[in-house]
Design a protein around this ligand. Sequence first.
Ligand code: CAA
Length: 284
Amino acid sequence: MQAVGVVGLGTMGAGIAEVCLAAGHEVRAYDGFEEARERGLERIRRGFARRVEKETMTQADADDALARLTPCAALADLADCDLVIEAVAEIPDVKHELFAELGRLAKADAVLATNTSAISVTGIAEASGRPDRVVGLHFFNPAPVMRLVEVVRTPHVDPQVYADAIAFAEGLDKEAVPCPDTPGFLVNRVLVPMLNDAVRTFVETGADPADLDRALKAGAGWPMGPLALIDLIGVDVQMHASQAIADGLGDPHYAPHPLLAEMVEQGRLGRKTGAGFHEYESAP
Ligand code: CAA
């Protein structure tokens, strides 16, 4: 799978594109919104500048990687990709329409992958019209740093396509973990309710957010505190992921804490808007 298309250049799409470029792939990067596309491309360039600064990559290798990046203004530009990874908004209709279009325009032997964390991969696969060639490739934020990719298997997927998807993720130097297509897959089914419990604890104890985060870092070995982690993931993403798992399992235990909806209403989405449980000065 040499040529990879990435659809949607937000935080996740840009991170995934960076990881694929760093692993030697050609990447065609598409976002239908010009401003989002430019922001995503800038994020990818910053990612390579960071690698050079940290001396994990030479300037020549970073230049070589960026030379393999082709920005695309039309989805049809991804028609000859071997693999297309979708990372657009977590809205079922949007994903289904996109996969129907990808099913029409991608070459016959292409593999189509979704980075969804909360929507049924089986439903997305069925919308594509070629469900045997669709998998979930679920990356974690920040994609260039986090080692895991959950490789999500549906009942429809061709075993060879699935094996190729695992090999692809391993080729990115990621930990590829097979997952069934169940709500929240493996990580979010554990992590999302833990983060809701952190919000509940914050509300019920009136603890300072920085203290709660410091406590979980120093007392439970979390690399960052849970409220800071919600800010990184996005308060809206945490809310939608919780709701999707609750709906999928029919279990209100997983429902989002009501404070999350209030914060979304106020535009406090976390790092991406400069404020969430904490305040942020610089763009991520
Ligand atoms: N992009 C690229 N590199 C980044 C980065 C980013 N956005 N943020 C941090 N880094 C790099 C830093 O440059 C640094 O690199 P070096 O070690 O080479 O110096 C390294 O990561 C560590 O960063 P920092 O020293 O600044 O800070 P840290 O030690 O706190 O690490 C972190 C930052 C890697 C994000 C770490 O706190 C962490 O692992 N946090 C947990 C993140 C997590 O759980 N993510 C999963 C969220 S759930 C999800 O994504 C699924 C979903 O469906 C919602």
